[in-house]
Design a binder for this molecule. Sequence first.
Ligand SMILES: [Zn+2]
Length: 379
Amino acid sequence: MRQLIEHAAVFNGTENHLTSDSAIIIQDDKVVEITDREVPADEFDVVLDARGYTIIPGLVDSHIHFSQTAPVATLATYRWDEYVLRSARYAEEILMRGFTTCRDAGGVTVGLKNCIDNGMLKGPRIFPSNAAIVQTCGHDHSGYYSDLSMDRQDTNKSNLYGFMAKADGPDEVLKAARQQLFLGASQIKIMAGGGMATFFDPLFTVQFTLEEMKAAVQAASDFGTYVMAHLYIPASISRALDAGVRSFEHATLMDEDNARRIRDTGSWICVCPQWGAGREVKRSKPFPTLLGTPVRRQKPEISYMVRGLYHQVELINKYDLNFVFGTDPFREECVQDEPRDKQLRDFRRYKEFFGSYRGLKAATGNAYELSKLTTFLNP
Ligand SMILES: [Zn+2]
């Protein structure tokens, strides 16, 4: 089937430019040409007049967790199949917001991806990481799911359901990475530093040794793909750069030296506005769990992270770094209350940070460039 969209204003995803009167030629499900020349309409099965409209490529969210959408307060009581069913609704909502591709940054997603790809469910194209690989006492969200007994850690829901894969030492990391590839991951996700929403790991921790990170990178690169790493602080970023990690998730507290090295290696930053977009984390009480109250480690104030975000934006602009858009939704924000608002509100901040065109490119053309790192695993 041949379709023509005519008289459209078009942003093509790569140029800082909006055309005023373009024609888009679509063959079956593929855009084959965008042109300013006159195109005879009688050669097409469908003709749409887009006068007065602006057309952009489908948006890409490069940091999503499809299978982890239960509200924290009820998380410990959720069944495995409830997580899975919720991810189906979440995927459709994301698509209808205009995001036609998503990179999943850790969770059980391959079944959802298969159902979308074969037309059973509505949702975006997915780049799955499968389980995020995490060290013991790392950014593993254990506190959501289990009590404090160390011998129960391997049976907590996070590991049992395959949201996380715990690995210590290069051999275990190598094996965990290969297992995710076997299970359908198009890239590998590791947790390389502390986080804000977890119980056991202070933000300022570095996680995984250099040898462990290198093991993940080796497994990924031998399989034609790359490692994306959750991290915030300069020490984690430096070590991950040494190991060959190519996509830096958050990296909110990065410094000048990190910025220069990210530029020189052509690596990527996935900027998730999160708290800088006005999100709040209620910190007065530990999150409830089924079996007990978890350890709360000290976390910095949100205002500290917001200052970090503004500094990060300065560095990205100063060094003209490669960056993509990511939401990294908190669980509460995914499938309740005002789900539409969160992802789009985060994205709106990009106009202020980077300007309209560079902001839009972060969720279109830039994400396309990043996807090339998956070579023959590219979905
Ligand atoms: Zn995340």
